[in-house]
Ligand binder design. Structure first.
Ligand SMILES: [Zn+2]
Ligand SMILES: [Zn+2]
Length: 292
């Protein structure tokens, strides 16, 4: 049950809500013999959206972030490929990966992720990635407690994000399960329809999807994002998959990758991909076989 190569392209540092600095993350990736590391700070949102957040990179630290990653890229040249990225929120009507301030940063790659939901009833935006308390407050105030409506709003946002595009990697495609994992909050078939739709849209957009172990690494859930049924649709649509840890500390840089491989095997998927850089503004991926 192995693959010769792994990378860690979804990582957070002290620049956003991570616990370690860029150099510590690079050194750890090197020591673990990873093929590459990519930095994907939560892109700033406050200036653009007015939403306050203590886990996004602040607008006034973007230059510092970029120059620290580029310095690391130079320092590690010949030993470890280091890539500059961002995890960009899609926030309906407010933020997407094609915004000019994002495009102005010359990143190697972008991860597109939905964390925030804008309730249609005008209630406060909230994140589905927060604590149970925040989540259920948002569900009550924004969706009158109708979890299925919230699930649909989440996948609507994911579909819109993919249609708008501008990013290379689809982040934690079923993050909505994080706070709704233990119980049946909606009929399973209703979510499976959305998974199929998102997998088809990802294929059409030519993007790569994550197999993200972040929920396990942070002790929130016991499964990778996305779930087995979703992975099967991604396989059917031939969407390339990249294993990521959503690492918020150096120790988690390849956290639970064995579980990600296991999830791929369970979904009868025989390869994953590694990002190797861009050629003519297009991401280049290296296919890696999973042996079992
Ligand atoms: Zn995320
Ligand atoms: Zn993340």
């Amino acid at each position: 049950m192995i693959s010769a190569l792994f990378s860690s392209m979804h990582t957070h540092t002290l620049f956003c809500d991570g616990k370690d600095d860029i150099e510590t993350m690079c050194r750890t990736a090197y020591e673990k013999k990873m093929y590459a590391i990519g930095f994907s700070a939560h892109a700033p949102i406050t200036k653009k959206t007015g939403i306050k957040s203590d886990w996004n990179l602040s607008d006034d630290r973007v230059d510092e972030y970029v120059s620290e990653v580029l310095e690391a890229k130079r320092r590690w040249r010949g030993k470890l490929p280091v890539f500059l990225g961002l995890e960009v929120d899609y926030i309906k009507g407010l933020r997407s990966a094609i915004d000019s301030d994002i495009k102005a940063i010359n990143t190697d790659y972008l991860i597109g992720s939905v964390h925030f939901i804008i309730p249609a009833n005008g209630a406060q935006p909230f994140t589905v990635d927060g604590t149970h308390e925040e989540f259920f407050k948002g569900l009550k105030e924004g969706f009158a407690g109708d979890a299925q409506a919230l699930m649909n709003a989440y996948y609507d946002a994911a579909a819109e994000m993919i249609a708008i595009g501008g990013f290379e990697i689809l982040g934690h495609a079923d993050l909505i399960k994080k706070n709704c994992f233990e119980k049946n909050y909606w009929p399973q078939e209703s979510e499976i329809c959305r998974q199929r739709e998102i997998a088809g849209a990802a294929a059409e957009a030519g993007i790569t999807a994550e197999v993200n172990t972040g929920g396990i690494n942070r002790g929130k859930i016991s499964d990778v994002y996305p779930s087995k049924s979703f992975l099967c649709f991604l396989r059917e649509y031939n969407v390339p998959l990249i294993i990521t840890a959503d690492a918020h500390c150096a120790n988690d840089i390849d956290g639970n990758y064995d579980k990600a491989v296991q999830a791929l095997i369970c979904a009868d998927i025989k390869e994953h991909v590694i990002f190797t850089g861009k050629d003519n503004k297009k991401a280049v991926w290296k296919k890696e076989k999973i042996f079992y």
